[in-house]
Every structure is written in C-alpha cells, then in structure tokens.
Write a new protein. Structure first.
Length: 278
C-alpha cells in the first residue's frame, strides 16, 4: 500500500516552522542591537520587552482581554455583513453594479479619518471601535466571496437547474461550495488586520483602556520597553486570530486534507485520481 503523510506530522512540521520563524525574528532583533549599539530607550532588548509583560501580568491581562474583545466582536460583525452582502450582490446584479463602486470608494477613505465622525455620532465607547474593526474586515470578505461566487462554471449551474434543482438548492450545492476557499482567504486577511482596527479605535474613541491606549501612554512616558511589550501582545493577537481561522478552515474543508470528501447525497467522493497498489 502506498504511504501517505500523516496529518499530525504535517501539523507538527507547520508548527515547527512557525516557531523557527518567530525565533529568527527575535534573533534578528537582538542582532540589530548588537550591531548598531542603539540604547535601550530607543530599542529595548527582547528580554526587556517580554519582561515588562511578565512583570505586569494582571494589568497586561486586563488590557489584552479588552483589545481582544473589541477585535473579536468587530471581526464577527464585519465577516457576517460581508458574507451576507456578497451573496445579495451576487444574486441581484443591479445591487452589485450600484454598491461595488461605493465599496471601493469607502476603502479609499483613511480609516483614521472615519474614526472622528464615528465618535461624533456614537460617542466614546464600544460601538465606534466595533464599526472600525468591522470596516476593515468587511471589504476583503465581500470581494473574495464575490469572486468565488462569480467563478462558478455556468454549465454546472445550468445542469443543476436542468436536473430539477431550485434556485436555492442550486445555490447551496453549486455556488456556495465554490466560495468557501475565497471566503477563508478573506477571513484570514481580515484576521490579520482586525487588531489594527481595534488599536485605531482605542486611539480615537476609547472610554476603556486597552493595549492601544497603553501603547500611547507608554510612548508619552518614554517607556520604550512597555511600547514594545504592547506591540508583542498585539502581534500575538493578530497571529492567534490568523491561526484560529486556519484551524476552522481545516475542519470546514476536510476534503483538502483527506483522500475522500463527503458527497452531497451521501457516500464519499474521491478527490484523487491516483490509484493505490496493495
């Protein structure tokens, strides 16, 4: 029987590569300090930046949960609105033609410029921050889902309708699976940038202290180690969000890692044309 690579071995390899990549970043950081001789008030060592986090665990934990909550809920709102609007636009061409230019135009407006009017309308609090995060996540999800729905082979759609499929059933069986890959591409892009929206929201519309506001305070106090410590936590949130979407994608698309995929009407559909010799 031909040998196949164990999925657990693949997971271990990917995790190992991530660990190596992160370790190389810290090594490069330390080398910059050694080569340039920059003082600690300009660039602290990785040990000092990490030390600030562990020396202030209760505070850092509270700040991280605050920023993480803003990132998560804004991300969920942006992703849901993006998927719903993309489906509507794909099914109603006139809405697509009317809204698509407006969506592109909205992304040309700097997000910082949008934050100020949001504060005037909604005041300081959670709402402006959620809108800012959702605004950032929304666009890549809409565009990727639209591209996925638009890439469906029309012959497959016609065949499904010829076999008696209703418009809804044709959408669920033919169109929707075609956009799963692009959907997760948009979700992964949004996951990387969602924390940026949360930080911008904290800078402009925050009534609660989070990592973004702590970063500004530490910068004003010339607490460089605190600035870099907050930056490390924000980076960890971004990386963690990305990896979480990757994990969800793995379980939502098992046919990418298995030899067979569940069929729509029961049974398994082979995903590989290669034969195995026993």
């Amino acid at each position: 029987m031909s040998e196949t690579t164990s999925p657990y071995r693949e997971y271990a390899r990917h995790i190992g590569l991530w660990i190596i990549a992160i370790a190389l970043i810290f090594v490069a950081w330390e080398l910059v300090l050694v080569v340039t001789g920059l003082p600690a008030y300009v660039i602290p060592s990785p040990a000092k930046a990490i030390g600030v986090i562990f020396d202030n665990i209760p505070l850092m934990q509270q700040l991280t949960w605050q920023t993480l909550g803003e990132t998560f809920w804004g991300y969920v709102v942006g992703a849901i609105l993006g998927v719903v609007l993309a489906v509507i636009m794909s099914q109603v061409p006139i809405i697509h033609r009317l809204l698509y230019p407006a969506l592109v135009t909205s992304q040309a407006v700097p997000i910082v410029a949008i934050a100020a009017p949001l504060v005037i309308i909604f005041g300081f609090g959670l709402t402006p921050k959620l809108i800012i995060v959702a605004w950032i996540v929304f666009f890549p999800v809409v565009v990727n889902v639209l591209d996925g729905l638009g890439s469906v082979d029309q012959d497959q759609v016609n065949l499904a309708r010829l076999l008696g499929g209703t418009r809804l059933r044709t959408f669920m069986i033919v169109r929707l699976p075609a956009c799963i890959g692009p959907l997760f591409s948009g979700l992964k892009i949004g996951a990387c940038y969602a924390v940026t929206g949360a930080v911008i929201g904290e800078w402009t519309a925050s009534s609660h202290i989070g990592l973004g506001t702590y970063l500004l305070t530490a910068n004003a106090q010339m607490n460089t180690a605190g600035v870099y410590g907050a930056m490390l936590l924000l980076t960890a949130i971004g990386i963690g969000s990305f990896l979480l979407v990757v994990i969800v994608e793995h379980f939502a698309t098992p046919w990418r890692t298995r030899m067979t995929a569940p069929g729509y009407f029961g049974g398994n559909v082979p995903t590989s044309t290669s034969t195995q010799k026993v």
